[in-house]
Design a protein around this ligand. Structure first.
Ligand code: 5GP
Length: 187
């Protein structure tokens, strides 16, 4: 905690520790290894929030796989969804007949992933699944099937382990609830 004591001061509490994350990522990696054996797996990292989760997760999957990166605009610097989703960086390669696993940091309203799945489906992959580190089921506004989820969390704005507020806090090794005073003073 010492090395990050200044950013930890901006949290009201730690919700998921680095040890809990590491254990969940290991288990998810084993599950993906079982479920995708013999398939043509492409793991798609949704930038930037999923980057830390993604780089840990792919190393827990004991299968040949391809990695792809995609960036979509969602929240800007605020803390609630606008519903506007735009592809900022697209995949580099064709996913036709591939088994696509979208790796996301957090599912909130579900709008971002619902849009992404519909876009990627038009490219005729063999299958599309979703793996998310965090899920806020209480906030869902669209019907979305999430095949893999590490942690259900309450309706609070969280940062750390890749998740940001205004591009900060991604480097926190744990996941914590951001103190409202941080975003209330910077609307
Ligand atoms: P959705 O489209 O499901 O409402 O929002 C998904 C995106 O919103 C996530 O990829 C993430 O960028 C952002 N988001 C949702 N909740 C949180 C949160 O608690 N903390 C952070 N940092 N981002 C969030």
């Amino acid at each position: 905690m010492d090395a990050h004591s200044t950013i930890y001061n901006d949290l009201t509490k730690i919700l998921v520790t680095r040890e809990e994350i590491a254990q969940a990522v290991r288990q998810l990696g084993m599950q993906i290894t079982r479920d995708f054996a013999g398939k043509d797996l492409v793991m798609v990292c949704i930038l930037k929030g999923a980057c830390v989760f993604f780089t840990d997760l792919i190393r827990e999957v004991d299968l040949p796989l391809n990695t792809e990166f995609m960036s979509v605009s969602s929240y800007g610097s605020g803390t609630s969804s606008t519903g506007v989703v735009r592809i900022v960086k697209d995949l580099d390669r064709n996913i036709e007949n591939k088994d696509v696993l979208i790796v996301e940091d957090i599912v909130d309203s579900g709008r971002t992933l619902s849009y992404l799945v519909s876009v990627l489906r038009q490219r005729h992959p063999r299958s599309i699944s979703i793996a998310t580190l965090l899920d806020k089921p209480a906030r869902r506004v669209v019907d979305l099937t999430v095949q893999y989820s590490c942690f259900d969390i309450p309706d609070a704005f969280v940062v750390g382990y890749g998740l940001d507020y205004d591009e900060k806090y991604r480097n926190l090794p744990d996941i914590g609830v951001l103190s409202p005073k941080i975003y209330e003073s910077n609307p």
